[in-house]
Design a protein. Structure first.
Lengths: 229, 229
DNA sequence: GACTAGTTCAAACGGATATTTTAAATTATG
DNA sequence: CATAATTTAAAATATCCGTTTGAACTAGTC
């Protein structure tokens, strides 16, 4: 009997990488297996041989992307959990923004598309991709907000922070997807990941402190008019 | 000669409404003309008779959605442009969040899908939908940041505010799209649009003030370790 | 060096689905 | 009632894509 051959694993890996990229760029439905194979310099039959079908390839590719991302960008950003919460937030946001802007980190892009146009596969993987992220962020913010903070307040602040990081990715993707010659493209990101993260951290720390102050005083502010019809 | 018939306009309108809804829920590619017609209680041929094809229907429906939204939710939220900038921001955010959460406001949902999966049609309409929004927001923030603010700082703060409003819509959509019986659904929005807007305004006003303070002092903060491989 | 199972390949399969058109039937309106 | 505007059902059109197959190939083993 002969052992598995080395070249087999190589094409399997190429397939995995191409699949990550194309699924991230186009989503499960729009990405064509033929194109994935072409990008991987493999025959169309390779997908079925190595993975058993497009669906299984999708799940495998997503898992692969997640593994790569968390290895490259630990969620705490390298800041120990004993550090002051402001520093931990900085680490987390920086790691997140870098990850979002790294063209090789594809898991969040896949997750994003899955949200908008679910393939029906892998609700499993979805949570695996997103849950730890939210938990870490909420944990940090809980400390920042202090012991009296309502769970609602924590969730809202986490949303505010995450939304900003996410927006950076969305903006960058818009730049990529736009036709190169389009006269009216959105203004490019003139700054690098670190400067962007810096803004988000400063903005958010102040925001969280304001919410903390508001919670303590039980503030409510007047409504504003203007509604539907 | 007989004039155009009334029933013709009626089905044309029903078609427009159904198209808005389905294009917003599924995007241009995934939405089927047959389903649009079924929802509008019209024959499949109706799309071609009234609009000349799916593409033209898409553009017309989007325009229709935009018109409805701006009529229902004026961008200034009813706050006069002479009001203090904090009030104007409150008005703007409140209008935006209400609009994002109103199931009948579909233009932003269509735009959102178009961003992620462009149909290639109507870069025109896209800008028509988004540009005025960004301009109003940046104008308000420019005042809040003061005369010394760099254009970059204005753009970043506008991004921070808009991202939060957008996240609200995204979260609500996730709730809709999730399988009803999914054990693990994201936590629902327990609060109404006004409370959400209230949080965003408080968070953002503090954030903008912090950025303003940082700009004045020319602050820069130290980098944090943790990167790619 | 030959054997063999793991791997690649080109070509075709099979199936599905959507948009658009057509021509006849119907209806509102002047 | 006459007529052009709509509606209708069915056929036409246009793609297209994931998967299979059986033969050819090749790395690794004996």
């Amino acid at each position: 009997m002969t052992a598995n051959r080395a070249d087999g694993l190589e094409t399997r890996n190429r397939l995995l990488e191409s699949a990550c990229r194309l699924f991230a760029e186009q989503g499960y439905h729009a990405a064509r297996t033929a194109e994935i194979c072409r990008a991987a310099r493999a025959n169309v039959a390779a997908v079925n041989y190595h993975f058993g079908g497009k669906k299984q390839l999708y799940v495998a590719a997503w898992r692969h992307a997640i593994a790569q991302s968390v290895k490259a960008y630990p969620l705490d950003g390298g800041v120990p959990s004993a550090a002051p919460p402001a520093e931990r937030l900085r680490g987390h946001v920086l790691a997140l923004v870098r990850r979002f802007l790294d063209a090789r980190s594809l898991d969040m892009k896949i997750a994003d598309r899955e949200m908008l146009h679910p393939s029906g596969l892998c609700a499993e993987v979805m949570h695996h991709s997103i849950k730890p992220l939210r938990e870490m962020l909420e944990q940090i913010i809980r400390v920042l907000l202090g012991p009296d903070a309502a769970p609602e307040a924590v969730r809202l602040c986490a949303m505010s922070v995450h939304a900003q990081c996410h927006a950076v990715m969305a903006h960058e993707r818009r730049l990529r997807n736009m036709p190169r010659d389009g006269r009216r493209r959105p203004p490019p990101l003139t700054m690098g990941p670190d400067a962007l993260a810096e803004h988000i951290v400063r903005f958010s720390l102040a925001g969280v402190r304001a919410v903390r102050a508001g919670v303590r005083r039980g503030l409510r502010t007047p409504a504003v008019k203007g509604g539907r019809r």
